[in-house]
Design a protein around this ligand. Structure first.
Ligand code: C2E
Ligand code: CA
Ligand code: CA
Length: 647
């Protein structure tokens, strides 16, 4: 068996696989992994070595003649060196056999040279030169052959004809001991080469920035795991979300440090048997020797490990990632390429489902990814083609049920796919940059609409509008002008406009976000933090951002029941908001019970299906026109039925 292949799975290269505390494990950790050379490299080296061996054979024959050895002896010994070199040329023979033949030729040449030099010590140096040459094979067998030939040659020939091997009287008297001593030096030389080999492997196999395994090491480990047996093997594919944005706004040095931090977190989240690698850029992958269920647990832990912000360059940054999982069972293949492709597809699935999540590969996900690619192209023309429309969802005062305004929510009527969810196309518009034009349109359309309602609806003058602004828009100077222009054109009171940003504005350059939000408030607009509680929301950020309103994410509202009592989180947010003089909107209020709890908690504003889903402008106008007059505090809401009337 190939001793190289007999090596157990990778030791501590990644750190993900700690060398076991036991001595055996530690020694194995020190040894090269015995990665065999790629075929082309091996061939190049082998051809060079064999040519050298043949030349050396001729040179040694000539040396014998110079040393006045009989022609027949010279020819015989030359033949001894030439024959294995010629065998090494045999294409039919295995790589291993050819390596051994070439090594034998080189070693025989040394032995003959020592013989022709009548055992002088300096002639032995040639052995060490040849060990250096065979080290090029990166093959354990070559070293074993060297050691074997030196010890056997010195012991056997040294006993039969000591003067042919040794120059000194002591050596000649104790040929076996000296054979072992020479063998020990050869062994030491081999060890020195092994250390160099190991060091080179680490250089070739690890990513210089994160010190994780690189793509080559990843592929080899995956191949090895897949070939090891019938057990399922999984791949976790990790792609950091919005990393380009971080790199562009914070700079590459900060970007690099964030990658290193992410790598460290991921290493801490995997098990000893998993291998974490950086495939390049902001892409990472993990080999998990288990099925997708187990890999999913690892993937979720990995995603969790990234949650807390990292402190880099004196500033906190949020790391988010989209993660895909595939195993050899789901892929129906034990080919590394198939597995990586499926995990990559699953990762795309996670991205298109809104990022910052794990998705497991399912058949058909390929189609989804193709759809997404098509949509990414189409979204860039959606605006010119008039396929976009704004819907409006009422925002009400929870206690009285009075209408205070609306949130503008974008809809895309795709000519083939029908209505596409903003959760799907907004990320695409962000990636393609189409969000800038679309965002500007949403602002002018929404502001224009509110101005027209204010002029025409009885309740119009009291209405406000909230418009969503993507973090990508916040990166551009033009945002302020895009808000200002329609405000001026319509003469709308800027305080009637709220711009909603999610916590992901904190992912990029916090200072820049703060400046932009401050500039928007300078215009007189309000700013809301959307989806509060889903990201890494901290009081520190909140108090440092110029914010007027907090929108509690609907996931927290969903759990509110009278029986369970008030949610600690919702209670805390409402109390905190009051202390900071902020407004609060509860999102996703679906039933009266939730509204009752919110009333109990004194949460001022609500939005959700209980009142109305988002509707088109005409429907909203009709709804607003017959919105019930504000009543006194109603513990159970009171507008049920209104939404049911809707088209
Ligand atoms: P969001 O800003 O959190 O908007 C609220 C989402 O919750 C809307 O989804 C709304 O339809 C939904 N919703 C409202 N009430 C309920 C309820 O009672 N139950 C449930 N289950 N859901 C409710 P929608 O319209 O699909 O929008 C999704 C997201 O797309 C928005 O989340 C927002 O982040 C983004 N988005 C929408 N329009 C725009 C836009 O014009 N610009 C930007 N940048 N993003 C937008
Ligand atoms: Ca929103
Ligand atoms: Ca929201």
């Amino acid at each position: 068996m190939d001793p190289a292949r007999a090596q157990p799975a990778r030791p501590a290269l990644s750190g993900g696989r700690q060398a076991s505390g036991r001595l055996g494990g530690r020694i194995r950790g020190w040894l090269p992994e015995g990665r065999s050379l790629p075929e082309t490299t091996w061939r190049r080296r082998h051809t060079m070595i064999v040519r050298f061996a043949l030349l050396q054979a001729v040179a040694i024959g000539a040396y014998g003649l110079v040393q006045r050895f009989p022609l027949a002896d010279c020819a015989g010994e030359t033949l001894l060196v030439v024959v294995p070199a010629l065998l090494a040329l045999l294409e039919q023979a295995s790589r291993r056999l050819r390596t051994i033949s070439a090594t034998v030729s080189l070693m025989f040449a040394c032995a003959v040279a020592v013989d022709f030099a009548r055992g002088v010590t300096e002639a032995h140096f040639l052995f060490f030169v040849m060990i250096g040459v065979v080290a090029l094979y990166q093959d354990w067998t070559a070293f074993i052959v060297c050691l074997g030939i030196v010890v056997v040659h010195h012991a056997v020939l040294g006993s039969i004809d000591p003067s042919a091997v040794y120059a000194g009287a002591n050596e000649r008297a104790h040929p076996i001991e000296w054979a072992l001593i020479h063998g020990a030096f050869v062994l030491a030389a081999c060890v020195a080469h092994l250390v160099a080999w190991k060091a080179n492997e680490q250089q070739e196999l690890s990513d210089p920035l994160t010190r994780l395994a690189n793509r080559v090491a990843f592929t080899e480990e995956l191949d090895r795991a897949l070939q090891a047996g019938p057990e399922p093997v999984s791949v976790i594919f990790v792609d950091l979300d919005d990393f380009k944005q971080v790199n562009d706004s914070a700079g590459h040095r900060i970007g690099d440090e964030i990658l290193v931090a992410a790598a460290r977190r991921m290493l801490g989240a995997v098990r000893d048997t998993d291998l974490v690698a950086r495939l390049g850029g902001d892409e990472f992958a993990v080999v998990v020797p288990a099925d997708a269920d187990e890999a999913l647990t690892v993937a979720e832990r990995l995603l969790d490990s990234l949650t807390a912000p990292v402190l880099v360059g004196g500033r906190h940054h949020l790391i988010r990632a989209s993660v895909g999982v595939a195993d050899s069972l789901l892929a129906g293949s034990r080919r590394a390429d198939d597995l990586v492709r499926d995990a990559d597809l699953a990762m795309y699935g996670a991205k298109s489902a809104g990022k910052d999540r794990v998705a497991v590969y399912r058949a058909g996900v390929d189609q989804q990814v193709r759809n997404r690619a098509t949509l990414a192209v189409d979204i860039q023309q959606a605006l010119q083609r008039g396929e976009l429309e704004l819907y409006y969802q009422p925002v009400v005062r929870g206690a009285s049920g009075s209408l205070v305004g609306a949130e503008a929510l974008l809809r895309w009527h795709h000519p083939v796919q029908g209505l596409v969810s903003p959760d799907l196309f907004i990320p695409l518009a962000e990636e393609t940059g189409a969000i800038h034009a679309i965002g500007a349109w949403v602002l002018s359309q929404g502001i224009g609409q509110l101005a027209s309602w204010q002029a025409t609806l009885p309740s119009g003058p009291d209405l406000s509008l909230a418009v969503n602004v993507s973090p990508v828009q916040l990166d551009r100077e033009e945002l302020v002008a895009n808000v200002d222009a329609p405000l001026r054109a319509t003469g709308l009171d800027p305080s009637r406009l709220t711009l909603e940003v999610t916590e992901s504005v904190l992912v990029g350059d916090l200072d820049r976000a703060r400046l932009q939000l401050a500039a928007l408030r300078q215009l007189g607009c309000k700013v809301a933090i959307d989806d509060f509680g889903t990201g890494y929301s901290s009081l520190a950020y909140l108090s440092s951002l110029p914010v007027d309103t907090i929108k509690i994410d609907r996931s927290f509202i969903a759990g509110l029941t009278l029986r369970a009592g008030p949610s600690v989180l919702v209670q805390a947010v409402v109390d905190m908001a009051r202390a900071l003089h902020l407004n609060v909107v509860a999102e996703g209020v679906e039933d009266q019970e939730q509204q009752a709890v919110l009333n109990h908690l004194c949460c001022p504003l609500s939005q959700g299906y209980l009142y109305s889903p988002p509707v088109d402008a005409a429907t909203f106008a009709r709804l607003a026109a017959r919105w019930p007059e504000p009543a006194g505090p109603r513990p159970f809401g009171g507008l049920v039925g209104l939404a049911a009337d809707l088209p």
